[in-house]
Write a protein that binds this ligand. Structure first.
Ligand SMILES: [Zn+2]
Length: 129
């Protein structure tokens, strides 16, 4: 049984891996949650500044990825791919993808290094037993 914590673990692993960008569907291979729930939690992590969302626009004829806009896209715009296919910007040519923010990537890499050299951060703290 998967939980939203698995999504966070997946993202934490991605942060210290070579993964630069991923689609929400990538998580469905490892996590047995509905895509809508995965998507909702990834958007929550965008709010937390751990992830940023990017929009890939794919030509419906040759599937070339035309542009990636990190802010927002306007439905109805006419786009042209490098091979000259013109198409309208509609939801079915826009694909959301996620990237780990530089801040979180750096933070996770430093945490991993610290764990390796000093061990757990809890071990050094006074603990109530
Ligand atoms: Zn094209």
């Amino acid at each position: 049984m998967s939980s939203v914590w698995d999504i966070e673990r997946w993202v934490d692993e991605a942060a210290v891996s070579a993964i630069r960008r991923f689609y929400p569907t990538a998580l469905t291979h490892n996590i047995s949650l509905p895509l809508s729930e995965i998507m909702a939690h990834l958007l929550f992590l965008v709010d937390q500044n751990k992830l940023k969302i990017v929009w890939e626009i794919r030509c419906p004829v040759c599937y070339y990825t035309v542009t990636i806009k990190s802010d927002y896209v306007t439905s109805g715009d006419i786009m042209e791919c490098p091979l000259g296919h013109e198409f309208e910007l509609t939801p079915d040519v826009i694909f959301p993808a996620f990237e780990v923010t530089e801040t979180y990537r750096t933070d996770m890499q430093e945490y991993k290094k610290k764990l390796h050299s000093h061990g757990s951060m809890i071990r050094r703290a006074p603990v109530i037993r």
